[in-house]
Design a protein around this ligand. Structure first.
Ligand code: GDG
Length: 461
């Protein structure tokens, strides 16, 4: 029986470097936590970049190596220039906005595809150096879309799966990308390409039809002498862990602190500070609510966690400025000496506070303009062991296909969102509980282990 080799741009760790010393902690992002259990419970290897600065001392590098080896992690080192071109410019500056339908954010001139290719080739080389016959390779996400084809050249017979964590755009948008065919051909080096939803797979098959004249039959396409399976696998969360944490003493104490003022209803938002997450319109909807429903003045509070992200890119600095201006304006306009409408937290919070926020919220706001899945929505549901709480969810998050008993909103419709928030705040208890029960049944049944097991079982079938 072969091993599993997981491949992602970043390894599931955060490295902090102090001179020659090194400290490793586990990352808490969706992909890292999602695959963490698979990695912990098997003989797998995990290949990726450590995030360690290229200027770290040789002693620090050696210390890192030892720690990585003990965790079965294999590093692909990247130079500063590669990080800047492959990761920041092409992956986050071109592919990310395009795949989230934000064509106007593309730079006028796109340069750096050669670096994307050469870095992807280095990942392929590293996998080929580690893999043994019979191993299964599972590659993740938009930074590594050329790796399946590059690895196939090096290892024609190895079993390769690829999962895209972000949406695949409508071909009308995707076709604007100068290197569209080359990227698609990169993915077709895999035996199985997986998406979060049926719709994203539909966009991909439409692109294949138009670019290569290929049709899918029974989830499979014929590509040269090989066949490639295309599937959709909605990612879940580790619902048992969230449920357990929600009942933890520390979490309950923190949640009680958040609810100290019993007359104030709590709205919560938790997002990376990314333009795709729809924060400005969410804040405008909150402002509109305070204007059109003044009965909520001094009776609601929004706690918004906005985790800093990709701060080197101008688009991210700009969304941060917009969000901070809006928070300042709304707090200045409506706040009183005893009440501040928005509590804005521009850093990540620890797991205890995260669970307490999920547990304490009357309403969770998940209103992205586009989101591959959105795990925050599912973590909230998994945390509501009390069976209460309302989820307001954007129709443009992949999660909306499954979480149909949430209050579904159009994140571009500020008025509509504000009315939906009012509806959420005034929803009768029986309806809240009935909706939450339906959501909980889904999220508990379709958890992250089901996701990884189904993907891997489809890959080896
Ligand atoms: C990409 C796709 C897709 C967030 N803030 C804190 C914190 N988090 C954790 C959440 C959650 C994860 O980060 C965020 O996952 P999302 O799914 O919401 O969003 P992306 O980061 O954009 O992820 C997305 C996902 O990949 C998986 O395929 O769903 O569509 O864009 O797990 O809990 N964790 C802690 N403190 C925070 O402040 N501890």
């Amino acid at each position: 029986m072969g091993r599993l080799i997981i491949v992602s741009n970043r390894l599931p760790i955060t490295v902090s470097c102090d001179g020659d010393g090194i400290e490793l902690s586990s990352s808490s992002g969706g992909l890292a936590t999602g695959l963490g259990a698979v990695h912990a419970n098997s003989e797998s290897l995990w290949v990726g970049w450590s995030g360690l600065d290229a200027s770290a001392s040789p002693a620090a590098r050696r210390a890192l190596q030892t720690q990585l080896t003990s965790r079965r992690l294999v590093e692909v080192p990247l130079s500063d220039e590669e990080v800047s071109i492959f990761y920041e410019h092409i992956s986050n500056g071109v592919i990310w906005p395009m795949f989230h339908d934000q064509l106007e954010r593309l730079p006028d001139v796109i340069e750096g595809w050669e670096t994307y290719e050469s870095v992807n080739a280095r990942y392929a080389d590293m996998i080929a150096a580690c893999a043994r016959p019979g191993d299964t390779i599972w590659i993740h996400d938009y930074q590594l879309m050329r790796v399946p084809a590059l690895l196939r050249e090096r290892m024609p017979d190895v079993r390769i799966g690829f999962f895209l964590h972000i949406p695949f755009p409508n071909p009308e948008i995707f076709f604007a990308l100068p290197r569209r065919q080359w990227l698609v051909e990169g993915l077709l080096g895999a035996d199985l390409v997986g998406f979060h939803t049926r719709r994203y797979r539909g966009h991909f098959t439409a692109a294949l039809r138009r670019l290569l004249g290929i049709e899918m039959k029974n989830d499979v396409i014929a590509y040269g002498k090989r066949s490639v399976r295309l599937g959709y696998f909605p990612m879940g969360v580790d619902s048992a862990t969230y449920a357990e944490r929600a009942a933890d003493r520390k979490v309950l104490a923190e949640s009680a602190r958040l609810r100290a003022d019993r007359d104030v209803c709590l709205l919560v938002g938790i997002d990376r500070l990314d333009y795709s997450k729809g924060l400005p319109r969410r804040l405008l909807a909150f402002e509109r609510l305070l204007t059109t429903h003044p009965e909520w003045l001094e009776r609601i509070r929004l706690v918004q966690v906005a985790v800093p992200s990709r701060e080197g890119l101008a688009a991210y600095q700009s969304v941060r400025r917009t969000v901070e201006e809006l928070v300042g304006r709304i707090n200045g306009r409506f706040g009183t000496h005893r009440w501040t409408p928005i509590r804005y937290i521009n850093r990540s919070v620890n797991d205890t506070v995260l669970s307490a926020l999920y547990r304490a919220a009357d309403v969770l706001l998940v209103t992205p303009l586009r989101d591959g899945m959105n795990l925050v929505a599912k973590e909230f549901v998994a945390s509501r062991v009390d069976g209460d709480g309302v989820l307001v969810l954007s129709e443009f998050a992949g999660a909306a296909d499954e979480l149909t008993r949430a209050l579904i909103v159009n994140p571009y419709d500020v008025d509509g969102m504000s009315e939906s928030i009012n509806l959420a705040l005034t929803m009768p208890r029986a309806e809240r509980r009935e909706r939450m029960q339906a959501l909980r049944e889904h999220v508990t049944k379709h958890d992250v282990s089901e996701w990884s097991e189904t993907f891997l079982a489809t890959l080896v079938q």
